[in-house]
Design a protein around this ligand. Structure first.
Ligand SMILES: [Zn+2]
Length: 102
């Protein structure tokens, strides 16, 4: 028995709710300088009620081999990862045209 999506009532393997939600996000990626010149990549604009930011952050951290956190609807990654984050987000199902890199 496959799990049923609570939103559309279809089995999870047929459900496209997550895909639709991902298409609706407008993501902004920027880099902030912190104390002692430390750089942090900030990913914002993702709806944390529909998307598991914690899981997404964990995926990004392991792919980029960096530290980071997710809180208040933002993902923070240590270091400047503007070069690779967009492609990793596309891999995770977010449309490239909705991703803005500052
Ligand atoms: Zn669904």
């Amino acid at each position: 028995m496959s799990e049923i999506c609570p939103v559309c009532g279809l089995p999870k393997d047929l459900c496209v709710c997550q895909a639709i939600v991902k298409e609706q996000q407008r993501i902004k990626i920027r880099v902030e300088k912190r104390k002692w010149g430390r750089e942090v990549t900030i990913i914002e604009g993702i709806d944390e009620k529909s998307i598991d930011l914690h899981e997404l952050a964990a995926k990004l951290k392991s792919k980029l081999a960096c530290g980071g956190t997710s809180k208040n609807g933002k993902i923070e990654l240590q270091g400047d990862h503007r070069g690779r984050v967009p492609e990793l987000l596309v891999e995770a199902g977010f449309p490239a045209e909705n991703i803005d890199v500052e």
